[in-house]
Design a protein around this ligand. Structure first.
Ligand code: ADP
Length: 436
């Protein structure tokens, strides 16, 4: 198609020629009238097309592009081409944006994009959870009005690379987030929030553990060093007194040894890479061994009996010996003289249940959920007096966990307690069934 100016030139030439021809035949007036009429028609046609263009521009849509003839046809075809190009470019940008927002949504960290004035431009769902934001509602709002955290505004204004601010939401206990602010583009910022609750918990546990171990070791060490100092300074020691003091030193050293042994056992058990041995053994033999040990520990102060069914258990005999004897030793230590202790081995819905029932001092209900924590004791004095390290039930819990078994504790203060280890059915083979 010819360009607009060429089409206009052709039409103007046509109108002039028509005017000249009519002028030559019918006189100058007729010629002028024809030329003027032709120009008027041209003007009308252009005005109509201009009006269509104006109407279309108010709501431009590809499918509504006016269909025109002549030079206007060219204009509209060009318009159509530009529009197509624009639409393709927009579709590409939208697709890229979609991929980008999907990637940002998939991030395990919270992401908040801020504009140059710290208004929220976009945030992902994780950021909504971490920082209590709501994407739709908070879009365009000043972030410092939404994240109410002392020092946050200063942090945002001057945060250096790698610097983080800790956020502990008051309505979600135990949750801790580390917020980082990264500058990018022209004065824009990206806030990244990471859930560090686990790390923080592990760090607190580690600190508590070190403090507990130090405290547990310090007490016997203080006693030992006191006696040793006294013995060194005593110029004329009385052999009887000396012997008594040595006995005390020996007792405290024994306490330290037990503690270190239990700590080593715990650290071995916590090594998940080392799975327990899988051997099948007759639980009755193990229980008889343990009850004999219990009787030795009790020194005849308790009645210790066994009620067992014939069933085999699959697991590490050595570890389970340690777990079961810990429970029996606790029963002996926390049951006053004259009390009764029964060791049960029974089957419940195919599961194997080893339990130690005592008629001892019992445990108030509020302590029960915490008994397996390291160094947790209901009565610190009583535990120490009876040679406890505060690690026994923690060791039991770990051994049972390694055998996919659970620990159930039932107790009535003043009447006694029952500690039960419940083993999954696949670890049990009732006697009479073939070996698997
Ligand atoms: P400990 O060395 O102090 O006995 P454990 O981890 O074995 O440590 O037990 C933790 C605490 O649980 C004990 O200090 C004691 O208060 C309580 N406890 C454990 N077994 C019994 C029981 N059979 N009867 C009463 N209290 C018990």
């Amino acid at each position: 198609m010819p360009p607009v100016w060429a089409a206009l030139l052709i039409r103007l030439t046509g109108a002039t020629l028509a005017g000249l021809t009519f002028g030559a035949i019918f006189g100058a007036v007729a010629g002028l009238a024809v030329a003027a009429g032709a120009l008027l028609l041209m003007l009308l046609a252009h005005t109509v097309q201009l009006a269509r263009l104006q109407r279309w521009l108010k709501a431009p849509a590809e499918r509504d592009i006016p269909d025109a003839w002549g030079a206007w046809g060219n204009v509209f075809v060009d318009l159509y081409r530009v529009l197509r190009h624009e639409q393709k470019a927009r579709a590409r940008i939208e697709a890229d944006l979609e991929v980008f927002s999907q990637a940002a949504e998939a991030s395990p960290d919270g992401l908040v994009f801020l504009d140059a004035d710290d208004h929220i431009a976009w945030c992902n769902r994780v950021a909504e959870q971490h920082l209590g934001l709501r994407g739709e509602r908070d879009m365009g709002l000043l972030v410092t009005n939404l994240i109410r955290l002392p020092g946050f505004a200063d942090f945002l204004a001057s945060a250096q690379e790698g610097e983080t601010l800790t956020y502990r939401p008051q309505d979600r206990k135990g949750k801790v987030y580390a917020i980082e602010a990264i500058r990018f583009g022209r004065d824009r910022k990206l806030l990244i929030s990471a859930d560090v609750s686990q790390v923080e918990r592990a760090e607190t546990m580690r600190r508590d553990f070190v403090a507990n171990v130090s405290h547990e070791l310090r007490t016997p060490l203080t006693v030992i060093s006191g006696y040793v100092e006294h013995m060194v300074e005593d110029a004329a020691p009385d052999p009887a007194e000396w012997k008594q003091q040595m006995a005390m030193v020996n007792e405290q050293a024994g306490r330290m040894l037990r503690l270190v042994d239990d700590l080593l056992t715990l650290s071995r058990l916590e090594d998940e890479a080392q799975a327990p041995r899988e051997e099948e053994f007759d639980v009755r033999d193990l229980i008889y061994e343990i009850s004999a040990e219990g009787r030795r520990l009790s020194g005849g102060r308790h009645s210790i009996t066994c009620e067992v069914v014939p069933a085999f258990l699959k697991g590490s005999r050595e570890e389970l010996h340690s777990a079961f004897s810990n429970l029996v030793s606790n029963a002996v230590r926390y049951t006053p003289a004259g009390g009764r202790i029964v060791l049960h081995w029974a089957l419940r819905d195919g599961k194997g249940v080893f339990s130690v029932e005592d008629s001892g001092i019992g445990i108030p209900e509020e302590h029960i959920p915490r008994l397996t924590e390291r160094f947790y004791r209901v009565d610190r004095g009583r535990s120490r007096e009876s040679g406890g390290t505060g690690l026994g039930l923690s060791i039991v819990k770990h051994i049972l966990l390694r055998h996919q078994a659970s620990l159930e504790i039932g107790s009535v203060p003043g009447s006694g307690s029952t500690f039960s280890a419940v083993f999954p059915a696949w670890r049990i083979r009732p006697l009479g069934e073939g070996r698997s």
